[in-house]
Write a protein that binds this ligand. Sequence first.
Ligand code: WTA
Length: 701
Amino acid sequence: MSATPKAKELTEVSEAQIAVHWKEEEYYQPSEQFKAQANMRDPRIFEKFGLDRFPDCFKTYADMLTWFEPYHTVLDTSDAPFWKWFVGGKINASYNCVDRHLEKHAGKAAFIFVPEPEAEQDVTLTYRDLYERVNEVAALLRDLGLKAGDRVTLHMPMVPELPITMLACARLGVIHSQVFGGFSGQACGSRIEDSGSRMLVTMDAYWRNGTLIDHKVNADIAVRAAKELGQDVDKVLVWQRHPGKYSAKTPMVAGRDVFVNDLLKDYKGKKVDPVALPGDAPLFLMYSSGTTGKPKGAQHGIAGYLAYVTATSKWVLDIHPDDVYWCMADIGWITGHSYIVYGPLATAATGVLYEGVPTYPDAGRPWRIAERLGVNIFHTAPTAIRMLRKLGPQEPRKYKYRFKSMTTVGEPIEPEAWRWYYDEVGKREAVITDTWWMTETGGFLGTTMPAIHPMKPGSCGPAAPGIHPVIYDETGAEVSKGSGKAGNMCIRNPWPGIMQTIWGDRERYVKTYFAKYNKNPKSKDWRDWPFLCGDGAVQAADGYYRILGRIDDVINVAGHRLGTKEIESACLTVPEVAEAAVVPVQDEVKGRVPEVYVALKPGVTPSQAMIDRVIKANEEVIGKIARPKHVYIVPDMPKTRSGKIMRRVLAAISNRRDVGDVTTLANPDVVEQIRVMVQGKDATKTQDALPEDIAKFGQVE
Ligand code: WTA
């Protein structure tokens, strides 16, 4: 057992500060024991997935699925860059995740649901149970008039009814759009409108941090918000967290709202044949933030997406049917779609589904669950790792679980936090994969193959098989490995997991992901369309990538992407606010958090009440995760002579760095006034350079 992380170090050095000083790290080797049992141990896999074998190499992935009719074309590029994978075949995702396992695994747990209250019993759903429940819900949705191609918005918490509803939609070819349960009703409403859903599926309440939260209230707000935007919702299906009992205070709306449990009484034992759908039909939408204030609906297709998450669940997560796998993330984000629901179920995994907060009621909770359920593969985000380390650095030692492999996802992990994960959580036995990817990519892009590559703390590693990254500078020149220079991370080739388009906005899809480095917009050759990931990165001499963070106006708050423009428009819903600017600030646990600067309209007096209203506006328009760390009411924004707000200057002040030369601004004096307001009169600022994502922030202005 390793030495305990020093308690002093935990309190005195912020993780974010450590990040700035990253140096070249040492390698950690996977154990022989792990290597011997791994699904993928053949290093020649990278030759087999070389660019010279592209795209046919990905047939191996499609072969992991069961097809109703075989596809004839691996990759159709005729509508570049709208890639079509595995064209001509017929397939169903629900069949692949459920029905096909009945023969061998009917009695095996598909999900073990762990409610947040510790006194409440787990619920085990075997593959047979899942099959029955998915069929019943599919039959109900069909009778409510839904058919292939329709959209349904889900606004559900972390309960088994969420994957059941998703799979029921998939069975019919209905496109589901799950909105993260923690998002506000308004945020849900704008996503309903964008997707054109006429039905909302929600739950009355759920447990979070010891409280049974009324969630139905958000459905009413969502429906109202959607209507204001011009989209009618005729039906709201309400699951009950405690079946048979209504746990919300918000009344049901007659004619519109119905309890799913009541309707399902007529559907006992009903079966629905999975619809044989074209391989390139859409499976779901997942909204994500970008440079503009309007979230974009990343559209994922059935066969390409499912093949990609299935293969990576097998090879990277190393899931075998007899493993107990726990991804402690929310299904409302892409990680949960790909690596709680679709990938693991397609590999016949047993997965843990945990409802609540990792530190409830204490920082030992995850390790108690792992011990009790025999979890041996664990998957979570750096923000949870930092939090568990901060609150209970020695808790993992008290429990007798054994992990063979662990994954981290969602943000860069600092080597210090990585080492705690490795030493304490993994007990120096478990391998770690640091998986870098995003909503748009469906599955992992950068990761080690756990039995093939050594690990290097803070670097995701090389790329997954068949993924061929390239780092370009602003001029389009390649940044070579080992140069120590950062650039824009791109992928040279399409891969099956890539999104199909932005729902309803083809132009934005091309502009956001391809326009920067595409030289010939008419080209049908995939080689002309490198995919711009949206992250800055450096590649070390050994080929490993270190991801530096977003290069667009997106702040990664505890692994959740929030657009600064979305936050700024939320602030501007307070009528007294004249201008708002949002900047990212380093945070010890959450990685980055938003800080807000507002200027008030003439004649309005600054007050605490005004600050509270700005905070409340963010919670209402986006959700609690968008709560700013601070709101500062400033006399004026620092501006260029042409009137542009200099967010870069505000970011330097918020992060206690040198603001640089401000003499060319229209109002240089205001900078010092704001600095004193934020830092106090004699604040010492650090001489460290700003982390890349923050330094780049607002650069375009
Ligand atoms: C960041 C989450 C460093 C990155 C799967 C990316 C990471 C954004 C990592 C996508 C990682 C994700 N190391 N950064 N291992 N994984 N990111 O769409 O900035 O919610 O662009 O998808 O998270 O966030 P998204």
